[in-house]
Design a protein around this ligand. Sequence first.
Ligand code: GUN
Length: 290
Amino acid sequence: MQLLEGTLPAQAIIDRLQSAVRALPVGGPRPTVAFVLVGEDGPSATYVARKQIAAEQVGFISRVIRLPETVSEAALLQVIQGLNEDASLHGILVQAPLPSHICGLTIFNAVLPTKDVDGFHAQNVGRLCQGDLGGLIPCTPAGVAELLRFYGISTAGKHVVVLGRSLTVGRPAAFLFLEKTWNATVTICHTGTQNVKAIAQQADILIVATGRPEWVNETHVRPGAIVIDVGINRVVDAAAKRGYRLVGDVDRKRVEGIAGAISPVPGGVGPLTVAKLMDNTYLAFSHSLA
Ligand code: GUN
């Protein structure tokens, strides 16, 4: 069974962007991205910190705007408006999940589509849905596509089954692999799907984004199938240094020996999501110069 590690292809993207930044005219604008972090969610703070480190690595400028859990939707919209109007800023990312009193869609749709490095604005989602790859494409699905490309796994004519219908992964992944460049036959399963196992077993490529720790096991996987685990979950582990360990949405031990290949957690899709965010930021920056 092949392990689809994301660190190598992610580093290749980081290296390419580093060179691109080095080639920019001295004293001219540099790609600049703002991360908006609402509340004290531990995993969100970790993800934003990783994104900041990557931005620094490639030579981008990054800012973090921290807002309290109690911030109103109106106040958050005002912050976004300010970032939209700031001409020195090329990318804006509002880290999800947001507190329950704030509507995620309202917030994502308030970000200027040209600065929407997450690709969550209706205009970018709509372009992807139309089969137009010229918009900003959500980072995790783009990372999955890069992982498959790097390991020489073709999706053309294959049955891609996506478990999960989130705005961040499931939906955009389905539309990406449906597009002619990837040319897959796509099925989406979700919490309302009957007989998920029978459908998952038909997958040549199973993309798992259920948000349920180690939910997928050998009963979901056809022998030889490619399994892409998009989940990152903290589970309590008294023996671990931090008191928790990270697991995916796939029970890797139970799937090993059946799957043809699997992406590990951590170190699989995660690093590529971050690298693709840098790619999107550079794209937004380039478009701003045009
Ligand atoms: N939370 C989990 N994944 C993501 C992501 O890709 N973007 C944002 N903004 N928040 C997230």
